[in-house]
Ligand binder design. Structure first.
Ligand SMILES: NC(=O)c1ccc[n+]([C@@H]2O[C@H](COP(=O)([O-])OP(=O)(O)OC[C@H]3O[C@@H](n4cnc5c(N)ncnc54)[C@H](O)[C@@H]3O)[C@@H](O)[C@H]2O)c1
Length: 442
């Protein structure tokens, strides 16, 4: 991966989202409202954060846009695919995340965003039954049709570049299988052979995006781009990939809070996390096979922050085999809450001489309100990374993701610690702005 100073953007940036649901309609509405000066993009690093560049007497704190050439909100042009035909306005109203007074000023622009037919297979999300779906002969045909969609979108809108963001429903869990996911050649062969069990529709979107020269971001916990075949394709096409699973509520808290326990050398015997939510995401996750995908992603956060093998006295207690703390994650579908998820964390810690203590965290959050700024940052930073010649896994984007991509075939361990992730993010911005990466204390 070559790291160079990012080139300045030319023309408009197309943002094609897979899934026009609660998260993406909130994202789009916020961007359009911010453009009109009617709302603030709160929570977005690219719009608010300032990073130190230079050292000693030369140090300055600058916004990202003053360090690297980030695309402007005014230059974004949206498009989408969805299983349901509702346009972005109808979707924002249906989602009930935002009040009508915060949607209506951009009603016309939202109405113009009509979803293209989805590449969909009901076996991957049984609870969905929309009919805005492509009639595809096989998985390879899905890819071809999606590629055509991207080309048409470019032609019709005149955008210069496109980023593809998956913020569609979580698919059923697809275990990584060397035989079909291990190389690009094997993946293509399986797509052509219509291997429906091992090739998820999301893989067709990722394949199509990368082949058309678009960065691809996986915002759900699907294993889509967590496979060597996709890494190979992204290197071949010179495109960045990022994933997976937006780090919004509970996992954000976890990756920020676990370092307190780890840094002060306290012990952990158990961490129980539970959630109630009632949006369509919650409905899909109520299906055990879909929840499994989420569970795997959510569980991975603690293991690389509080490592039992490194501190057996502190983290080697709790579960059946007495080798690790007990870590459990639950999501319960509870319609009255809609998008206003409530998360509880019960953390059993111990201190001096093993005396137990408990910490309780109750986060009453709004899922899509937390996810929208992540969509914006991931899109803008992936576009930037492409212009800086960064292809393949973008580790610096781990900051925004629950289960960061890493090359497990080389024994690489993902970085889950929020503040280490922040250092990686800042250093990547510095490098793409032509400054030196460093570890100075800010
Ligand atoms: N909001 C958060 O805090 C958060 C955090 C992490 C991850 N996520 C993930 O983001 C995704 C979106 O969440 P949401 O609340 O907007 O869900 P949602 O159900 O409101 O929207 C998802 C949309 O995707 C569509 N869809 C499903 N399969 C598709 C396909 N193959 N092609 C095109 N469209 C498809 C559905 O019809 C639906 O409209 C979910 O996978 C969720 O797990 C959300």
């Amino acid at each position: 991966m070559a790291t160079k100073k990012a080139e300045a953007p030319k023309g408009k940036l197309g943002v094609l989202v897979v899934g026009l649901g609660a998260v993406t309609s909130t994202f789009m509405t916020g961007v359009l409202m911010a453009r009109k000066g009617l709302a603030k993009p709160v929570g977005s690093m690219t719009q608010y954060d300032k990073i130190r560049v230079g050292k000693g007497a030369d140090k300055k704190y600058l916004h990202y846009k003053d360090i690297v050439p980030i695309a402007e909100l005014d230059d974004i042009v949206f498009g989408a695919w969805d299983v349901y035909p509702a346009n972005a306005y109808e979707s924002a109203i249906n989602a009930e995340v935002l009040k009508e007074k915060d949607i209506n000023p951009v009603k016309e622009e939202l109405e113009a965003i009509k979803p293209m037919k989805a590449a969909f297979d009901k076996n991957y999300a049984k609870r969905l039954d929309g009919d805005n779906v492509k009639d595809a002969k096989d998985r390879w045909d899905m890819v071809e049709q999606l590629r055509e969609d991207i080309r048409n979108f470019k032609k019709e809108t005149g955008v210069d570049r496109v980023v593809v963001l998956w913020a569609a429903s979580t698919e059923v869990y697809v275990p990584i299988d060397e035989e079909v996911h291990g190389s690009l050649e094997a993946l293509e062969k399986a797509m052509k052979a219509d291997d429906k069990e091992r090739i998820a529709p999301s893989m067709c979107y990722a394949y199509a995006a990368l082949s058309e020269g678009c960065p691809f971001i996986m915002g759900a916990p699907n294993t889509t781009v967590d496979i060597p075949a996709m890494w190979e394709l992204s290197e071949k096409t010179g495109m960045p990939i990022a994933g997976k699973d937006f780090k919004t509520g509970q996992t954000l808290v976890k990756s920020g809070f676990a370092p307190i326990i780890g840094t002060r050398m306290l012990g952990l015997s158990g961490w129980f996390s539970t959630n109630i939510l009632g949006n369509r995401d919650g409905l899909v996750l109520d299906e055990p096979a879909n929840f499994r995908t989420k569970e795997v992603s959510k569980l991975s956060t603690l293991e690389s922050i509080l490592v039992p093998e490194e501190q057996p006295d502190l983290y080697g207690h709790g579960n059946d085999e007495d080798t690790q703390y007990y870590h459990k994650v639950r999501i319960n579908y509870y319609p009255p809450r809609n998008d206003n998820k409530e998360g509880w964390d019960n953390i059993d810690i111990f201190g001096w001489m093993g005396y137990p203590m408990q910490i309780k965290i109750n986060f009453l959050c709004r899922d899509s309100i937390l996810a929208a700024p992540l969509c914006l940052d991931l899109v803008l930073l992936s576009d930037l990374a492409a212009r800086a010649g960064r292809s393949g896994i973008q580790r610096f984007l781990s900051f925004f993701l629950k289960s960061p991509m890493h090359d497990y075939t080389k024994g690489e361990v993902p970085v889950n610690h929020l503040f280490q992730q922040y250092t990686m993010l800042k250093n990547a911005i510095r490098e793409m702005g032509g400054y030196e990466a460093d570890e100075e204390i800010d």
